[in-house]
Design a protein. Structure first.
Length: 258
């Protein structure tokens, strides 16, 4: 049984994760969450209270934002996935082999896939479940040039997917602090063009918003080719950021699968 109420190795802290201890004592599952482009670990702040007893949450904080503002953003998906996998190894130690689930939204879906692949390649670890949200599978990646746009056009493009707290970009004091991570994340995902990505051994759930302009049902269905285990999908009302207003419904659905 995993250690009670927290990360496996007492005293081990990581700038990569915000830890939300499991309710009710012993940890039976660790859920690692990966946010979208320009996003932060705060995306998952409300999840802890809605997760079942015994599920510990590790919300990933990418470099270049909030408390990691002074750090440069990752330059490539390979770098980001390698560093996150390294951080999981450091923080969890031998408990890395305990039941683990991954959830990624948008950019985070590709991160979840790449981290899962590394866990299997390095340790033979297969997550109990991988949930991908708001993005098609890696073999459907088409690249892009949004990261080359001027500031106003980049912000407008991000807003076109859905408005999640985008008013902060209108603040002249906050804009120069926030735009580098948004642009860096777009550059990272637009340069991510894997060829022939291998299927994962973990069961996979794809979720998304019915009115997401950046991710259709066909995009969600593309993930079926990237698992040799079970696949399922579910669509919720809303746009690209459907998971915020529908947090309760999404977690009710997912909590039956942890």
């Amino acid at each position: 049984m995993a250690q009670t109420g927290g990360l496996a190795r007492a005293g081990v802290r990581s700038r990569w994760f915000r830890r939300y201890p499991a309710r009710g004592g012993d940890v039976r599952l660790r859920l690692v969450g990966f946010p979208h482009a320009g996003g932060t670990a705060s995306l998952f702040h409300g999840w802890a209270a809605r997760l079942p007893r015994g599920v510990e949450l590790l919300a990933t904080q990418y470099p270049g934002r909030q408390e990691r503002l002074a750090e440069p953003c990752a330059e490539s998906m390979e770098e980001l996935a390698d560093r996150i996998t390294d951080a999981l190894e450091d923080v969890l130690g031998p408990e890395l082999a305990a039941p683990l689930a991954l959830f990624g939204h948008s950019l985070g879906s590709a991160v979840a896939y790449e981290v899962a692949r590394r866990l299997d390649e390095r340790h033979g670890i297969v997550p109990a479940r991988i949930v991908v949200s708001g993005r098609g599978a890696p073999h459907t990646e088409r690249g892009g040039t949004l990261h080359l746009l001027d500031d106003e056009s980049l912000i407008a493009s991000a807003r076109g997917l859905g408005d999640l707290g985008s008013a902060v970009y209108d603040d002249p004091d906050l804009r120069p602090l926030l735009l580098p991570s948004l642009r860096g994340d777009f550059r990272l995902i637009e340069s991510y063009r894997p060829t022939g990505p291998a299927p994962l051994r973990a069961p996979l759930t794809a979720v998304g918003g019915a009115d997401d302009p950046g991710c259709s049902l066909t995009d969600l269905l593309s993930w079926q080719a990237l698992t040799t285990s079970g696949y399922e999908h579910q669509v919720f009302p809303g746009d690209h950021f459907y998971l915020v207003p529908n947090e309760a419904d999404l977690l009710t659905y997912l909590n039956q699968r942890w």
